[in-house]
Design a protein around this ligand. Structure first.
Ligand SMILES: CC(C)(COP(=O)(O)OP(=O)(O)OC[C@H]1O[C@@H](n2cnc3c(N)ncnc32)[C@H](O)[C@@H]1OP(=O)(O)O)[C@@H](O)C(=O)NCCC(=O)NCCS
Length: 164
């Protein structure tokens, strides 16, 4: 679909309880185990219900012809010893066939506005280092100052090698 046509037809609104199943199933298509092999971030129904309970104003959906085609779920974080309030965009996703049509940016613009109204001064995101499309998307939106983070695992079913 033409970007401009899609953009005009997409409605961004706050998520309601009736949208939860559609958001969950769309997320299942997007956030597979290949998406985040580190297992640090796992998509499940608690992700939606927890964020909806704590920050319903920051849980948004994108609707096209009464169908959910995207979502953005965020929260706010206040750090100790910091006067700043941070916004955390936890999950954002757009239906695969409609990606690169401006829906993600529209979702983010509304989320940013709502976070700003709540006193947020900086928004943080995190994603896997190999999510090139996602990283390009966030850079296009103005995110920068990339910080690397290391995840490690320890398999408890393996015997530990004794040091000699
Ligand atoms: C990331 C995501 C939400 C972006 O939504 P989208 O509707 O496709 O994004 P937009 O069309 O608004 O793109 C805005 C800009 O981001 C960049 N971008 C988005 N998708 C891209 C892709 N697949 N490859 C390269 N750049 C991309 C482009 O610069 C684009 O601007 P342009 O089209 O003017 O060049 C969507 O691709 C998605 O659902 N990805 C899978 C889930 C994911 O990675 N989520 C982020 C981590 S939680």
């Amino acid at each position: 679909m033409d970007r401009e046509v899609l953009n005009n037809d997409i409605d961004i609104r706050q998520m309601t309880i009736d949208d939860m199943a559609a958001v969950f199933h769309l997320g299942e298509k997007l956030f597979t185990s290949d998406f985040s092999p580190s297992m640090y971030r796992t998509w499940d129904e608690y992700e939606i219900t927890t964020l909806f309970n704590s920050d319903s104003e920051l849980c948004l959906v994108a609707e096209l012809a009464e169908e959910i085609v995207g979502f953005a779920l965020g929260t706010t974080v206040e750090k100790q010893h910091s006067a700043w309030k941070y916004g955390y965009l936890v999950w954002i996703g757009v239906r695969p066939g409609l990606q690169k049509g401006g829906t993600g940016e529209k979702l983010f613009d509304e989320l940013r506005l709502r976070m700003k109204e709540q006193g947020v001064r900086m928004i943080i995101i995190d994603t896997d280092a190999d999510n090139e499309a996602g990283i390009r998307f966030f850079k296009k939106l103005g995110f920068g100052h990339v910080q690397e983070h290391v995840y490690m695992t320890l398999n408890l079913s393996r015997k530990r090698k004794k040091k000699k």
